[in-house]
Design a protein around this ligand. Sequence first.
Ligand SMILES: Nc1ncnc2c1ncn2[C@@H]1O[C@H](COP(=O)(O)OP(=O)(O)OP(=O)(O)O)[C@@H](O)[C@H]1O
Length: 851
Amino acid sequence: MAAKKNTVRGEEPESNLPSWFNEVAGIALIGIGVILTLAMITYTPHDMPILGIGGVEDNEPNVPRENSIGVVGALLSYFVLIVFGAAGYLLPIGMVWLGVAYAFMGAKFSRRTVIGLFCLVLTGSCLLGVTEFLTGWAQRNHIMYPGGFAGYGIGTKVLEALLNKTGAIILLVVLYLIGTIMLTGLNPIQFTKVCWAKFKEWKEQRANDKERLAEKESKRAAREAERVARQTERDAAKAEAKEKAEAEKARVKEEKEKKAAKAKEKKEKEEKANPQVEMDLKEIPKPQIIDSSQRKKPKLDPGAKPFEKKKKQDGISLATDGYEDYELPGFDLLAYDDSEPEQAGADQGELLSVQKTIVDTLKAFGVDVTAGDITRGPTITRYEVYPSMGLRVSRITQLEADIARATKAERINILAPIPGKDTVGIEIANDDKVAVPLRELLQDDSFTSAKKKIPLALGKDVYGNTVIGDLAAMPHLLVAGATGAGKSVCINSIITSILFKFSPDELRFIMVDPKVVEMQVYSQLPHLVVPVVTDPNKVVAALRWVVNEMEKRYRLFAKCGVRNFDSFNNRPRPEKEEEPVVEAEVAEEAEPEEEPDPEVIESIARALEDGELGPSMVDEDDALDLEDEESEIPDRFPYIVVIIDELADLMQTAPADVEMNIARIAQKARAAGIHLIIATQTPRADVVTGIIKANIPSRIAFQVSSALDSRVILDTKGADKLVGKGDMLYLPPGSAKLERAQGAFVSDEEVEAIVDHCAKQSEQKFEESVQQSIDSGGSSEEGDDNELSDADEECLLKCIEVITTEQKASTSLLQRRLRLGYTRAARMMDILEERNMIGPADGAKPRDIYI
Ligand SMILES: Nc1ncnc2c1ncn2[C@@H]1O[C@H](COP(=O)(O)OP(=O)(O)OP(=O)(O)O)[C@@H](O)[C@H]1O
C-alpha cells in the first residue's frame, strides 16, 4: 500500500535494491518488531538490572527473567523505554507495519518510511516529555522520564526552552503527523475526511438502522394492530353471526309460537263452529254399545191394518166398481208372535273383546286408532274406530285381510269413512243373525206415512232404522244378487208391502217369471193384469203392451189437460153422465188451482205430434181404434207395477226388444204411474246393460261373488262383501250413498196367506186385449204373415224405414241397425219379400227395392 501510495505521489522507489531485499527486509522487520513488541509488553523493572544497568533499588533481578524474550528482551525493552519513554512502543509497531508492507504488500524499502518511523517515535517521546503525560507509568516502570532521555533532552530542554510548552507541543504535533504520513503514506487530512465520512456514514447507518428498526417495529406494530383488528373483526363477525343465529332462532321460535297460536286459534274457532271437532282423540267419550238387532214389539189390536181402503171422498166413491168392499190385508196375516220372549241381548264383553282385537291389530301394523261405538245390527256388527290425526283411512282399508284374520271373521267390510261420519267402520257378520220380520217394518211410521206413495218395506239398517223405499219416487228398481242371497224374499216383501196398501183397482201387476216357480204363488192375485207371464217369447209382447198403455195414458193426460198420473187420478170428477171433456172444462172452471198448465198441454201435444210419446208410425186403422179407446176416459188409472224375475232369461231370448222396451218404459213411465222392478241373479254387463242401468237409478244388491258383479249392479264394489241371506246394499233414488241393511223377511206361508186374502175378495179380471196381444206376440214366431203381432208389425215398419233410407235391403243391415237377432231379421226380410216390397235374393247381388 505504501508503494502504491508512493507511485501515486510520483515518488521513485529505491530501484537499486533487488526485489528479494524488500521481502527479506520486510520479514526481518516483522520478526524484530514482534520480538521487540513481546519484550516491551512483558517488560518489568524487576527483570533489571542487567549488566548493572537499570533495576529497582536494592532489588535483585528476576531469575529467570519474566520478560518473554528473556534477558535480551528485558535489556532491549529497557533500553528503548529509557531512550524513548512510552513512545518507544511505537517503534516495534512501526517495524511490524513496515515489514508487512515490504513483505506482503509490494512496498519498496525507502528512506522516507524509515525517517518517518524515527520522526514518529522521536516526536512522540518529545510530546510525552513536554506534556509530562504518563509520568505515573514512568515511575512505576522505573523509567526516569515518560518521554525517555530523547523526550527530556530534545523536548523539554531544547524545544520547550525555545518555544515554551505550547509552541513546542504544536510543533511536535505537526512533526508527529508528518512522521505518521511519512511512515504510512496516508494523507491524514484525507484520512480524517474518510474517517469523518465513515463516521457520518456509520451514524447515518445507525440512524437508518434505528429508522428501519423503528419502521420494522412500526410495521410489526401495524401488522400486530392489523392482526388484532382482523381478530377483532373476526370476533365481531363471529359475535354478529352468533347474534344473527340467535336472532334467527328467536325469530323461528317466535314464528313457531305464532303458528301454534294461530293453529290453536283456528282449532278453537273450528271447534266453536263445528262441535264435532270438539271430539279430540283423547276426549273421545266412552264407546257406546248400541244393540239394534232387537225387535221392536209394539202390541197390535186384532185386525189392525197398516192401511185402510179409502172408500169415499167428498161423497164420491173412489173405488172402481166391484172393489167397493175390498178389504186390505191386516197384520194378522203375518206370522208374528207378540208374546215371543225378548231375545238375549248382545254379549257386550265379546263385542268389546272383538273391538280390542281390531284396535290392537291395527296398532301392531302402526295404525293408531281409538275405539269408537259398537253397533250391533240384525246381521252385522259395526265397530267404529277414530283414526289418529294425520292417518290416512286407506291404511285401515289396506289391512282388511289382517283384521279378518285377527277377528276370525269369514268376511269383513270396511267403510273408510262411514258416510257422513268421522269414523271408520269395520263390519263383521254376526254369528247369530236376527231376521227382520216384515211386520215390524209395516208397523213403522215411515211405511204408513202418506209421503210415500208406493211404500216398499225393504229392511232395517245396522242402527236399527227401517229402510222403506217409495217405488213412485224410485221410479224403477233393479234387484240383483247371487242365487240364494235373498232376492226372491226381497221381491216377496216388496209385493207384499204393495198388497198391504193397494187394492186391485188401485194397482195392477204384470209379473214376468221365466223361472216359472218363483211367482207361482201370485197366480191367484186379483191385481194381475194378465196371468204370470212365464214364456220368455211372450214377454216382449207384455212389455209392448205396457209401452202402449203408457202412451195411451199420456194421450189421455193430454186430452184431460193433466200433467201426470197423480193429477189425472186426483182431478175433479165430473158427474157420471156428463162428457169427460166437458167435465174437465167444468172442473177447470170450478177449481182454478187444478187448472192445467197450457204449456204442459202444448208440450204433451207437441210430443205426441213428434211421435215422442206414442208409436212413431201408427197406421190409420190403429189410430181409429185408439180414438175409440180414448173416447172412454177412465175414472182413474191404477198404478202398473211390472215385475220381471230373472232378466237374464229374457235377454237371452230377445235382447234388443227387451232392452228397447225396458228402456222406453223406464224413460217415460214414471208420470204414467207405471213402474218396473227387475230382478236378476246374473249381474253381467250383457244382462244388466248400460241402457237398462242408465234408466233404473235405484238398485238393491245382495251378495255377489265378485267385485266385478258388484260394479255391474252398483257401479262400485261392496256387494261382494255382503254375507248373504238378506244382507243387502240399497242405493236410494237421487243418492250416491249406499245403505247397508238386512232385508225384510216374509215367509212363503205369509205370502200365500196374503194372496189368499186378496184372491178371496175379488175375481181375477184379466185384460182380454192384453192377453190376446201377448198371446199373438207369443205365437207369431211360428204363424204366417197375417198373424203378425203388434211387435212384429212395428218392427216391420222400422225395417221399411231403414230400407228406404239406406236404399239397401239385407239381413245384416237390419241386424246391425235395429239390433235384431239373425232369425228375426231374416224373417222380416222374408215378410217384406212376400209383401213385394223387396226383390228376391240373387246370390251376392243386392236385392231390388220396390218401396
Ligand atoms: N231377509 C231375509 N232374512 C232372513 N233370511 C233370509 C232373508 N232373505 C233370504 N233369506 C234366506 O235365504 C234363503 C234364500 O233366499 P232367496 O230364495 O230369496 O234367495 P234367492 O236369491 O232368491 O235365490 P234364487 O235366485 O235361487 O231364488 C231363504 O230361504 C232364507 O232362508
